[in-house]
Structures are given as structure tokens and as C-alpha cells.
Design a protein around this ligand. Structure first.
Ligand SMILES: [Ca+2]
Length: 397
């Protein structure tokens, strides 16, 4: 063991960065003036960059564009696994006291705070394995995310300057999401909380600080105490799917008047809460009435599937009898690959439904074009770009 430790120590010993990569060394030298203006001392700066070279894996990930999109049902199956639900209940028992106090202070449902912790780092079991300064310096130095990398790097150096943590504990993802809560440094700067009052906002090694930081972030993201995130609903026959949009907001009572029901013959406990109907996998999959708090979760990570997973995981941790969504996912309606998204946009443009160039990104413009096409061809107008829809377009509509 001893000999091995020596050996590992010798190979991992930081060699001077400037010898490894001269251009990166120049970047670190040049960046010093910006750091100094932000109040970073020479000592902190040297300590932060000691033995640090660029991380080729970070550059690779920054350039990576996934070819395939995971269907929402596959994402949910791994995000809200039985193991994560059970571990969430364990953590609820273990940290029940602090979670209760946080709920009183910030007004955020404890199960949601737990669910975010579960989603971000599997309750602290995986916070990433990269030194945050190295990841951010690599992004700042080269590649498509330099601006992001530079501003985050300054904010990360400030954390070390304040001695909130130390370089060897400053662990996170390749993109600089840090600690239990996976805050990027600028989010940390604005929202992290020193809950235990030791003078350090420590989201790496102090779980109450991390949970309080999450609760605080949701609170400032306009979380409404007493409201939930959303409900699975059943839509009536002949429902106008054009209403299924985050832009259409009605009270639950108003939706009910249009025939929208909560699944399982349950009623809405707060009929005056305002909500939108969403169809994460199109008209053939489960429908949800999502409330204002769904938007607050999206501030954490702006993906519908993420917010749905957080809300659902929270519900599953809370209620042992709740087994999951009622309506099955329409697995025959797979989402499009990147190549297929370009194809879809090109076909929609050539048939006059879409203006502008294909970019492979499904935004509101593409969704509107899909709706227009569906309307013109007598299909269900849900704006959902599936492989089936692409095949329909390829057959010449
Ligand atoms: Ca603290």
C-alpha cells in the first residue's frame, strides 16, 4: 500500500502547468488581471491554479452534440428509479428535522428539496469528480463556451478567496456544477446559504447548507408555499390540443369546466390554482396540469423532463401508495434524432409550413409549424414532432 501510494503520488504530483501547455499557461497569466480586479489575491490565484492544466475531456464534452434524444419515459425510468425513491425516503428520515425547519423558513415543500438533491447528485453520492477551477479554466481558455467559462471562473475564484471551501474539496461536473446542489458558481454567488452559521457557505461538505441553498433558490424562483407542482390529468374527448401550451394559463376550476379531470377520480384540492396543460410525449401520452411551481423547478434546470422528474420523485417519496402515472407512455412515438430534426424542418420549410433555416432545434417556431401541418392534414394537432410525423411528411403528407 505504502509503495503504491508513493507511486501514485509521484505520477499525480502537479508538474508546472506552463511546461505542459504553454498556451494555457499564457491564458492563466492573462486572466490574472481580471481576477485581481474581482478582488482575488495573488496567493489565492496561485493556489487555485497550482498544477492545473487544461482538461481534454471538458473540451470534448463542450463540443459534443448528442445525436439521439432520450425519450421522456426512458429519462423518467432512470431519474425516478425505485432505488432513488427509497433512498429519498431514507434521507427524509435522516434529515427530517432540518428539512422541516427549511420548509418553515423558505416555504418550499421538503419533498421537492429532497427530490432536487436526488436528481442532482443522488443525495450526494455523485457530485462529479472534477476540480471546478480546472473545468472552468478549460472552458474559458478554448472552445465554444469561453464567455460562460470566464464569468464562472471569476465567481469560482471568489469562493476560494472567501474560504468557503478549499481547492481540493471544490468538486463538480465538467461544466462547473458544484457540490450537493450542483450550483454553477454565479448561482452559488447569488443563492447559496450558510445555514449552520459557521461563516462558510459550504454546499460540498455541509448537507444543511446544501439543502438550504436549494430551498432558497426555489424560493427566489417564486415558489408558492402550499401549491404543488402539478397533477396528471385526463383530457376529454375532442379536447382542443392547441390549448396544451405553457402559454395558456387557467385555473384548475376553469380546466375542469372544459372537461379536464385529475386521474384516479380525485379532485383538485385547490381549484383556484393556475395551471397549464402539457403533453411531454404528445397527445398519445400522459397529460399534466402544471402549476407555477413547475416553472420554479425549471429555473434549476430548464427541461420539461427534468421538472417532471423532480415533481414526480417528490410525490413518490411522500406517498408510498402512489405507484406512478396512470396513462402509459406512447413508446411507438419516439422523439426525433438530430438528423431527423433537420429533415423534419427541411420538409416543413419546403412545403411552406416553416420559414427560416433548419437548425435541428425544436423551438416554438418548429412546434407552430408542426401544428399548422397537422391541422392542414387532419391529424391530431398536438405540435409533437415524432418519428411518425416525419414519416407522414416524407410520404408527401
Ligand atoms: Ca456553513
Amino acid at each position: 500500500m505504502y509503495a503504491l501510494a508513493i507511486l501514485v503520488g509521484a505520477t499525480a504530483q502537479p508538474s508546472p502547468v506552463f511546461a505542459q501547455d504553454a498556451a494555457f499557461g499564457r491564458f492563466v497569466d492573462d486572466f490574472w488581471s481580471r481576477a485581481r480586479k474581482a478582488g482575488i489575491s495573488r496567493k489565492t490565484y496561485r493556489g487555485a491554479f497550482s498544477g492545473v492544466g487544461p482538461d481534454p475531456e471538458v473540451l470534448k464534452k463542450a463540443d459534443y452534440q448528442p445525436e439521439f434524444t432520450k425519450p421522456v419515459w426512458e429519462y423518467l425510468a432512470s431519474a425516478v428509479s425505485q432505488k432513488r425513491i427509497e433512498n429519498g425516503r431514507k434521507m427524509l428520515r435522516k434529515y427530517g428535522g432540518v428539512l422541516k425547519r427549511l420548509e418553515q423558513r423558505y416555504g418550499v415543500d421538503r419533498h421537492i428539496v429532497l427530490a432536487i438533491w436526488g436528481m442532482e447528485t443522488a443525495y450526494g453520492s455523485f457530485m462529479g469528480d472534477k476540480y471546478v477551477i480546472r473545468s472552468l479554466a478549460t472552458l474559458a481558455y478554448r472552445g465554444p463556451r469561453q464567455k460562460f467559462g470566464r464569468s464562472q471562473l471569476v465567481a469560482a475564484l471568489k469562493i476560494l478567496q472567501n474560504a468557503d471551501t478549499t481547492p481540493n474539496r471544490m468538486i463538480g461536473s465538467w461544466a462547473g456544477a458544484m457540490g450537493h446542489t450542483q450550483f454553477i458558481p454565479t448561482t452559488y454567488a447569488s443563492y447559496a446559504v450558510d445555514y449552520d452559521g459557521d461563516g462558510r457557505r459550504d454546499i460540498w461538505d455541509t448537507i444543511p447548507d446544501a439543502l438550504a441553498s436549494t430551498a432558497n433558490y426555489l424560493k427566489v424562483s417564486k415558489w408558492r408555499p402550499g401549491e404543488t407542482w402539478g397533477y396528471e390529468v385526463e383530457l376529454p374527448r375532442g379536447f382542443n390540443f392547441a390549448l396544451a401550451s405553457r402559454r395558456t394559463v387557467k385555473t384548475l376550476a376553469a380546466w375542469k369546466a372544459l372537461g379536464v379531470k385529475r386521474v384516479g377520480a380525485k379532485s383538485f384540492p385547490r381549484p383556484d390554482d393556475r395551471s397549464s396543460i402539457i403533453l411531454p410525449a404528445g397527445a398519445h401520452g400522459p397529460a399534466f396540469a402544471v402549476l407555477n411551481n413547475f416553472r420554479s423547478i425549471l429555473r434549476y434546470n430548464n427541461a420539461t423532463s427534468y421538472a417532471l422528474a423532480v415533481g414526480h420523485l417528490a410525490d413518490r417519496i411522500r406517498d408510498e401508495k402512489f405507484r406512478g402515472f396512470v396513462k402509459p407512455w406512447p413508446t411507438e412515438y419516439r422523439p426525433l434524432s438530430r438528423k431527423q430534426r433537420f429533415e423534419l424542418q427541411t420538409l416543413l420549410a419546403s412545403s411552406g409550413f416553416l420559414k427560416g433555416e433548419a437548425d435541428g432545434v425544436i423551438g416554438s417556431g418548429t412546434r407552430a409549424a408542426v401544428r399548422a401541418y397537422q391541422r392542414a392534414r387532419g391529424l391530431t394537432v398536438d405540435g409533437y414532432p415524432s418519428v411518425k410525423l416525419l414519416e407522414h411528411l416524407k410520404r408527401g403528407g
